[in-house]
Ligand binder design. Structure first.
Ligand code: ASP
Length: 324
């Protein structure tokens, strides 16, 4: 009887310890925040999104299990989402007023505080790869337009015609806006993608990639490639990737502010994200954010009706979700 009791206690203790164990690694992804209605989204569409998000999480999990660095994981996971026409990044990105696709992306390494970004590029198949090359192989942080493309070519990245990015759904969305059939809503742009990772070496990285906002003009650049606005990472605090109405995120210094709230005010990653989303709401801005700290605590906050999102942890916890 005593032996049984000791055995059961040991098992219960192990379960409790496992549940509270700090994960060795963890990863959070998003595929954009916006107006989404659970009632209006078809079962097929929902399944398609969930399948793609799961594919991205699975790849990240495998890489992290094998000891990959946070930076490599962020790039490869974002590549999956950029290559899918479902998201507003890479293939499937939104159209500018002139009927072109112009892409923005950035990445930041929390260990070194090195960062790279590209904006307004029209022919780089995977802008997040270009952002990483800027970080690794240039003396700069931020390249734009033709110069960024020239640099990407020199780095041997894949270059594609602008048409490669085009999809019927995004074209229709632009046409409706141009005909003034309706006002732009944030669901016109939904689908920016992002990834934040804590790797098994204890390092953080954040990356974000987008086509920006439908019908954008005059070389408009949003928050996504702006380090401190749409993307930020610092091993001391957290890694952050944002999605939403970029102008608000730039004005708030959104991603960096989350890190600062943790560093200077000792907020948890979750409370820092909640605080920042409240500031966004106060300005009537819309969007969401994902973040992770060095203990593997995560946050997925938004003030829209939905955000494509998911996470995995080395403890086995995982989730994919779309709606509130
Ligand atoms: N933040 C992106 C931008 O303003 C768009 C989005 O995330 O929906 O360019």
């Amino acid at each position: 009887m005593n032996v049984l009791r000791i055995f059961l206690s040991a098992i219960i203790l192990m379960i409790v310890l496992c549940a509270n164990a700090q994960p060795k690694y963890a990863m959070v992804i998003h595929g954009g925040a916006g107006v989404m209605s659970e009632a209006k989204m078809s079962q097929e569409a929902r399944a398609e999104y969930e399948t793609k998000l799961n594919e991205a999480l699975k790849l990240g999990e495998k890489m992290l299990n094998e000891g990959a660095t946070a930076t490599d994981v962020v790039v490869k996971v974002i590549n999956i989402l950029e290559d899918s026409p479902l998201f507003n990044a890479g293939k499937g990105a939104v159209f500018t007023h002139d009927g072109k696709v112009e892409l923005d992306a950035s990445i930041m390494d929390g260990k070194t505080l090195m960062a790279g970004a590209v904006a307004g590029v029209r022919d780089i198949k995977n802008p997040i790869c270009a952002a990483r090359e800027v970080m690794r192989n240039s003396e700069h942080v931020f390249l734009s337009g033709k110069g960024a493309s020239e640099f990407a070519k020199k780095q041997g990245l894949e270059i594609v015609p602008n048409k490669y990015f085009h999809t019927k759904a995004r074209k229709e969305s632009l046409e409706q806006l141009l005909k003034n059939e309706r006002k732009r809503t944030n669901s016109d742009n939904t689908g920016t993608v992002g990834c934040v990772v804590l790797d098994s070496h204890g390092n953080l990285c954040a990356g974000t990639s987008t086509g920006g906002m439908t019908n954008k003009r005059f070389g408009r650049i949003g928050d996504t490639p702006v380090i401190g606005a749409g993307t930020y990472a610092n091993n001391k605090t957290c890694a952050v990737s944002c999605t939403g109405h970029g102008e608000y995120y730039i004005r708030l210094g959104f991603a960096r502010d989350i890190s600062a709230l943790m560093e200077y005010k000792n907020l948890t990653v979750q409370d820092a994200c909640k605080t920042e989303i409240a500031k966004l709401t106060e300005l009537n801005g819309t969007g969401g954010v994902i973040a992770i700290d060095q203990q593997g605590n995560i946050a997925m906050e938004f003030n829209t009706s939905g955000m494509f999102r998911g996470f995995i942890k080395s403890t086995g916890e995982k989730e994919v979700a779309i709606f509130k």
